[in-house]
Design a protein around this ligand. Structure first.
Ligand SMILES: *[C@@H]1O[C@H](CO)[C@@H](O)[C@H](O)[C@H]1NC(C)=O
Ligand SMILES: *[C@@H]1O[C@H](CO)[C@@H](O)[C@H](O)[C@H]1NC(C)=O
Length: 391
């Protein structure tokens, strides 16, 4: 029988032995070129194929430099559950936005289990497409999401920078256990549809310590987001942290158990928003905690809008079927850029239930701001400024 000391050293040996067996794939060895103009898509594809086929933990290394990358699909399942991208350099999208054609994602992970991405910059070169869209031309493609993570689990992303996405920066869709931390998202405040991080149909997504400056929602939370945790995020410019739009479809998964904690908004269109279409739907939002937010010059610091009806198409005169309940706002401080700092515009058919305000203090030009309610029921505790209009 081996004694404990022997077992200890044997274990240590096995751990190190195992690590030394982890394989590393430098994309330069697959022909990638860091000059920013030679297409490296094939090299990255081959590196992924090797890493994915390996039965041992594997690392794909992207060294310093700029690597031109067309749309790429990292598809699982793989033979191991520990593939790491270590990125020191920048992946750059083609300057011509038509190069990606109608692809919905520039970089897409699908069906992966146990993938992590550490560091790196993704530069999607979106400005030309934004200009096309803003010119009113109807020949512009809708553009690609920079980084899509679909139907995957156990994914970790840290220290990643996303620049100038064509459409959304990062989309988490149909996933389980995804952790993003130290992510930086950067695009112009007037770039169209450049949401920072979008989460939908996913269970257990965590977003920590991130900074998002963009032209649309900093974080947008779509149908079927459950057990979502957002902490220590700075947003601005941007449209805030939004649950929604929800209720566009009649059959729609609900949003449940969302925590948004220690967030700062600066010069944003919204702070903490819930937005639903004024249309019939089986969707719902329940169990949301907004805890400790600081607003600086935010147009709509606290807002629930259940009458979203863009271009007045397919919804006028209808009411939202989305049921909103159990939403708490705790310790929300700072300044509103408009007089109405708190607005609950809930569905006539499904009034908001269980709205809770605790220690909210929002001012407008050094004066008290106002609140506005329709069909919103709830309770308050502590100092509430503007005074509550919940029934
Ligand atoms: C709510 O979500 C958090 C993670 O964001 C999780 O830790 C917690 O267990 C969930 N609560 C319930 C009741 O599922
Ligand atoms: C509310 O906020 C304003 C401005 O930020 C501040 O001057 C005021 O003291 C606060 N009120 C309380 C009771 O904390």
């Amino acid at each position: 029988m081996a004694n404990p000391t022997t077992i200890f050293f044997l274990t240590l040996f096995l751990v190190y032995f195992h690590k030394s067996l982890a394989v590393s794939y430098n994309i330069l060895n697959f022909g990638a070129n860091p000059d920013g103009t030679t297409d490296s898509t094939n090299s990255l594809s081959k590196a992924w194929s090797s890493a994915c086929a390996s039965t041992k933990p594997s690392t794909i290394y992207v060294p310093q430099g700029r690597f031109l990358l067309n749309n790429i699909h990292f598809k699982g399942p793989c033979k191991n559950k520990a593939i790491t991208f270590r990125i020191d350099g920048t992946l750059v999208a083609p300057a011509d936005y038509n190069a990606m054609g109608k692809t919905r994602n520039w970089i897409l992970f699908e069906g992966a289990d146990g993938v992590s991405i550490h560091g790196g910059t993704l530069d999607a070169n979106g400005a030309a497409l934004w200009a096309c869209k803003k010119s009113g031309s109807n020949s512009c493609p809708s553009g690609a999401t920079t980084l899509g993570i679909s139907n995957s689990k156990n994914v970790a992303i840290s220290g990643l920078r996303s620049l100038n996405s064509q459409m959304f920066h990062i989309v988490i869709n149909g996933c389980q256990n995804v952790k993003l931390q130290g992510v930086e998202v950067l695009a112009s405040g007037n770039s169209p549809n450049t949401d920072g991080i979008h989460v939908q149909l996913s269970l257990g997504v965590t977003i920590l310590n991130s900074k998002i400056s963009t032209g649309d929602d900093c974080v947008s939370i779509g149908p079927g987001a459950t057990n979502l945790w957002i902490e220590n995020v700075v947003c601005g410019p941007g449209h805030g942290i939004s649950i929604g739009s929800l209720g566009k479809d009649f059959e729609e998964a609900g949003v449940q158990n969302v925590t948004v904690k220690t967030v700062r908004f600066k010069n944003t269109q919204n702070g903490l928003r819930i937005k639903t279409w004024g249309r019939p739907s089986k969707g719902f939002v329940r169990g949301v905690l907004f805890h400790h937010a600081i607003m600086t010059n935010v147009e709509n610091p606290i807002v629930i809008d259940q009458n979203y009806c863009p271009n007045n198409k397919n919804c006028p005169g209808q009411v939202s079927g989305v049921r909103i309940s159990d939403v708490t706002y705790q310790d929300i401080q700072g300044t509103s850029a408009t007089q109405v700092a708190v607005k609950f515009d809930c569905s006539k058919m499904n009034p908001c239930q269980g709205i809770r305000l605790e220690n909210v203090n929002l001012s407008y030009k050094n004066r008290p701001s106002q609140s506005s309610c329709s069909n919103a029921a709830g309770t308050t505790a502590g100092l509430i400024e503007p005074s509550s209009c919940l029934y």
